[in-house]
Ligand binder design. Structure first.
Ligand SMILES: Nc1ncnc2c1ncn2[C@@H]1O[C@H](COP(=O)(O)OP(=O)(O)OP(=O)(O)O)[C@@H](O)[C@H]1O
Length: 982
């Protein structure tokens, strides 16, 4: 079933006047009832013409809250009680009435969808209980959180209690995600709900903007869990009501810096949502839902349920283009097919079936957000869907009518587009040319993202990629076989086979289960630490206890828990005795961290506050949950403080081989053990892991490819490893590696720096980290940029560079001068290297003039910049400009030039040319084969050990591990060289 899309046109506000109204609701031809299903809006280029968009229902200005609820939401409640999940979400530009629709006002008539929904749920719950004569019991609980600046915050927690990094989300398999550490509140009556809901809404981030006095600055997600229990059978279903923040055009909002930051984040997430919807519409295999927390969490209709999208529209001219853009989005959304799958009841005693039990185990009181990513409909598991299909069926095909219908020439190329535009024919969903084809044919920004069939999505496998697992298993088998071959007596071959089987089993178990468990444990640890820093010992203890099962038998952790328990007990006793006027008890020796006494001298308290703040800040910077929660790495405090810029490079990306504690004297006695604990428990970085696995492969041909290691040294290393005792034949840390004969600290650093320098993009935030291993490039870039480093390393946002444009963008690209803009962009381009991030930056350029100069700069093939980015950026700018500034494209841009560049570069791509010529051609179908072949060859080259694949698969290092020029890292590096090698 498709997502049900209903549009609602809000009434005029006091500041708006009737003559500005341009949007209205109309009946579709042949409609006999009062129902309206068409939104009409004039063509911005030709007012006499109107576009008509058809949806499931359309509510005009006069529509009441009750009408909307009764017609669109009330019918879903009975399905909720049948076990289907229901998702309702409001989408629209800022100030169009989303919050009014979802939350509404305080009077009975003004109440929005959410209070009405709850009221309806309670009513139905009572009915179900009554009808079953008390045999069925219904419990209602809820969780409520917001996604603010791409971080998840529990709205039941006051803002001052929030951790800057927000709550982590993690994948829990099957494409579902879970918000870890979310509060779930039972609410038995409507009154109780209202209290909780109102209280939580106070915590929601709202601010006044020019377009809305109470603008929501976050996406708010309310999950209402309905649990029906009949005897041993329990059925849980969830209604999610989502009030998305509205996109906003910053030229109209006059936003200040803080609002701009929020706005950037909102716009980005909505853009990603649009991309997801588009990707689904195009049936692409890769849906970019991981690029924003909102899309990661949200799925339209939780995919397995009913989904209603309420499209909020403003009726007036000032929103004209925004309204068109929303209508186009809704148009695409409507075509998304979702599965309607009933949540199966489970039986309390049946092990492994309990959804509730599962939740209890996996997330302490955490109501899980079980959602799936946006995806195309696969196969419906049509369990008892009869009821659901009774919901009024959406109209199958969305159509746009024009009052004066004209044949719309489908532009086959850019010239046609110009023609079409010149003739005034609307192009609502402009056909992308090459830029569109990029994702379709798997022109991934990370070119070594393996072929789906070869190496499935990394996301599903937080610890090791499937290839790595395969390789590991193969290596294990080989090791075992080699050991067997080494044996002089083959007296007992069976035990060896058993041994291999056991080891493989253990390995599989570790890879499949324990890696995930460990990541979860680490998350608890991090949260514990955060609580502890805030002096919340009880919560910290709870987190440590939750972490315990993930690190069974870890003595330090056990000691930590015991110390905290002692300390809490001592505190209680102290409180009691001071309440009784007695002498305070002495504190236990094994305290973890001193609580801040009330009478602490002000200066000291300040120092500590600052310390804590910097800690929080430091935590927020590398964003341990950032971007890819699966690759979670708990970074001990000593390592994530931001050192001065130049030194930062070395200290962060090239971790010293010395123990972490040496770097920073512990503030408290126990902090040392904290860090040691963390060090002990944490995995090495992916780069270190990769290095160690190469060393442990004992494969001379692989080892000799490491930077600074020739054939001789490689042999020496392997000999040295083979000389070790059986047990110690593996190197498990950089320290151990450095101690091998002939390998010093410097060699290790060399080896490591030769591997995947792009790694820093993935795990750290900010451009500074991108510059990490290479101070020279960093210095040059700074020089080019002529802006202070601080502008680049702004706020350590979860998505690294995506934080940068939001916070520092106005300084960077906001300059009025064309030259400065380009110089800065050039610097950014050199630094970013990754299309994804650059795209985010470009998105913030909503100015015709800059669009034009940027586009021409990107098209200028003589300037030094990565070709991959150049072509992609040019295509992107074109596309974006086309949507936003159609006229600009037609009038101002030299399309012939673009065509020529493409023709020269892209038309006859071959695998061998890919190294130099990348991307964007008019006919990607042709190129697709070549690209696919090239990828396969690269895979082969990597597998054959001829080249080293980077950790995150972004680029490939040369044979000698030498660094590529920063400005010259194309999507496929030296493919022709690799081909020769192959
Ligand atoms: N159907 C309606 N009837 C009466 N007033 C409405 C209606 N819809 C919206 N409004 C008014 O319009 C203004 C903006 O609405 P609202 O705050 O709900 O917009 P929004 O889309 O949630 O904006 P943002 O995305 O900025 O949060 C408010 O003053 C609200 O009361």
């Amino acid at each position: 079933m498709s997502v049900r899309v209903v549009a609602r046109i809000r009434p005029l506000l006091k500041t708006e006047i009737l003559k500005d109204v341009i949007v209205d609701a109309a009946k579709s031809a042949g409609e006999t009832t009062e129902n309206k299903s068409i939104v009409r809006i004039p063509n911005p280029k030709k007012e006499s013409e109107a576009f008509s968009f058809q949806f499931n229902s359309v509510y005009g200005q006069e529509a009441t809250q009750a009408q909307l609820f009764d017609n669109e939401v009330a019918p879903t409640v009975k399905h909720l009680f049948k076990g289907y999940d229901v998702t309702l979400f409001a989408y629209g530009v800022t100030g169009t009435g989303k919050t009014h629709t979802m939350r509404g006002g305080k009077t009975m008539a003004d109440r929005g969808v959410i209070p009405r929904l709850l009221s309806s749920i309670y009513r139905r719950a009572r009915k179900v209980e009554k009808d079953s004569q008390g045999e069925t019991q219904v419990e209602v609980s809820m969780s409520y959180y917001e996604i603010y600046n791409d971080r998840v915050f529990d709205l039941f927690e006051p803002p001052e209690k929030r951790t800057p990094a927000g709550l982590p989300i993690r994948d829990i398999g099957n494409g579902k995600t879970q918000v870890v550490g979310l509060t779930e509140r039972p609410c038995t009556t409507l009154k109780e709900f209202e209290q909780l809901y109102d209280q939580a809404n106070v915590n929601r981030s709202t601010s006044a903007t020019k377009l809305n006095a109470h603008s929501s600055r976050s996406h708010a997600v309310l999950c209402v869990n309905v649990t029906q229990t009949t005897g041993d059978e329990t059925r849980v279903s969830t209604a999610s009501a989502i009030d998305l923040a509205g996109s906003e055009d910053n030229r109209r909002t006059d936003n200040n810096k803080e609002r701009l930051v929020e706005s950037a984040s909102i716009n980005k997430s909505l853009f990603v949502l649009a991309q997801c919807v588009e990707a689904i519409g195009r049936k692409q295999t890769r849906i970019p839902y991981r690029e924003s927390k909102m899309t990661r969490i949200l799925c339209l209709g939780q995919n397995d349920g009913l989904t209603v999208m309420i499209l909020n529209l403003a009726p007036v001219r000032s929103y004209h283009l925004d309204t068109l853009s929303s209508l186009n989005f809704a148009n695409r959304t409507k075509k998304i097919e979702v599965n309607e799958v009933e949540n199966q009841p489970f039986f309390r005693d049946a092990p492994g079936k309990s959804k509730l039990e599962g939740e209890k185990v996996s997330s302490f009181s955490a109501p899980a957000m079980h959602r799936q990513p946006l995806r195309s409909k696969v196969l419906s598991q049509r369990n008892g869907l009869q009821e659901v299909t009774n919901v009024p069926k959406p109209i199958k095909q969305f159509s746009v009518y024009s009052d004066k219908p004209k044949p719309i020439p489908r532009p086959s190329n850019l010239a046609n587009i110009s023609q079409a535009r010149a003739s005034g024919v609307p192009i609502k969903s402009p056909k992308r040319t090459s830029s569109e084809a990029v994702p379709t044919v798997g022109r991934p920004s990370k070119i070594f993202r393996p072929n789906e069939t070869v190496r499935p999505a990394k996301a599903a496998d937080p610890g090791l990629s499937k290839d790595a697992i395969e390789a590991l298993i193969e290596r294990k088998v080989n090791e075992a076989l080699a050991e067997r071959a080494d044996q002089t007596t083959v007296s007992n071959p069976d035990p060896i086979a058993d041994e291999v089987a056991r080891r493989l089993e253990a390995l599989e178990k570790r890879v499949e289960g324990q890696e995930t468990e460990r990541a979860e444990g680490l998350q608890y640890l991090l949260m514990a630490k955060q609580h502890q820093v805030r002096g919340e010992d009880v919560s910290a203890l709870k987190m440590y206890q939750l972490a315990l099962p993930h690190f069974p038998g870890n003595e330090k952790l056990i000691r930590k828990v015991a110390a905290l328990q002692d300390r809490i007990a001592a505190k209680k006793a102290e409180k009691r005795s001071s309440a009784a006027g007695g002498v305070p008890l002495p504190k236990p020796v094994a305290t973890v961290e001193e609580d801040e006494p009330a009478d602490l001298p002000a200066a000291r308290r300040k120092a500590r506050t600052e310390d804590d703040e910097s800690f929080h800040q430091a935590q927020a910077e590398p964003e341990p949950y950032a971007e890819d929660d699966d690759d979670f790495v708990y970074r001990p405090r000593t390592k994530i403080r931001r050192p001065p810029p130049m030194k930062l490079n070395r200290s962060v990306t090239a971790p010293s081989l010395e123990p972490a504690v040496k770097h920073s004297p512990p503030a408290y006695e126990d902090d040392t053990s904290e860090d040691e604990l963390a060090t002990e428990l944490t995995a090495q970085t992916p780069r270190t892991k990769q290095l160690l696995s190469i060393i442990n492969s004992k494969d001379v041909s692989q080892i000799k490819l490491l930077k600074g290691v020739g054939a001789k040294k490689a042999e020496a290393i392997v000999n040295c490893l083979c000389d070790l005792d059986d047990d110690a034949r593996r190197v498990t840390s950089l320290g151990q590696l450095g101690k091998l004969k002939g390998v010093g600290v410097k060699t290790v650093e060399n080896m490591r720096s030769g591997l995947g320098r792009m790694e820093s993009y993935k795990t750290q935030s900010g451009v500074a980290f991108a510059m990490a291993g290479d101070p020279q490039v960093y210095a040059t870039t700074r020089k080019i940029a002529r802006v202070p480093l601080s502008d680049y390393v702004m706020d350590g946002n979860a998505h690294g560079l995506s934080g940068m444009p939001s916070a520092g963008f106005t300084q960077l690209v906001g300059s009025a001068s064309e030259d400065t803009t380009i110089i800065r962009l050039r610097a950014l381009c050199v630094m970013l290297q990754r299309w994804q991030e650059l795209q985010t930056v470009l998105l913030h350029i909503d100015d015709r003039f800059r669009f034009r100069c940027l586009l021409s700069w990107f098209q200028d093939s003589t300037s030094t910049k990565p070709r991959r980015i150049t072509t992609a950026a040019a295509a992107f700018l074109e596309q974006h400009a086309r949507e936003q500034y159609e006229v600009l494209i037609v009038e101002d841009l030299n399309l012939q030039d673009i065509m020529q560049v493409r023709e020269e570069e892209g038309m006859s791509l071959t695998a061998a040319q890919l190294g130099r010529v990348v991307d964007i051609d008019e006919d990607m179908q042709q190129a697709a084969e070549a690209i696919k072949k090239a990828h396969e060859l690269v895979e082969m080259a990597v597998a054959a050990g001829l080249v080293q694949s980077e950790v995150d698969g972004t680029a490939v290092e040369g044979r000698n591990g030498e660094e590529r020029e920063m400005a010259d890292v194309p999507a496929v590096v030296d493919i022709d060289w690799q081909l020769q090698s192959c």
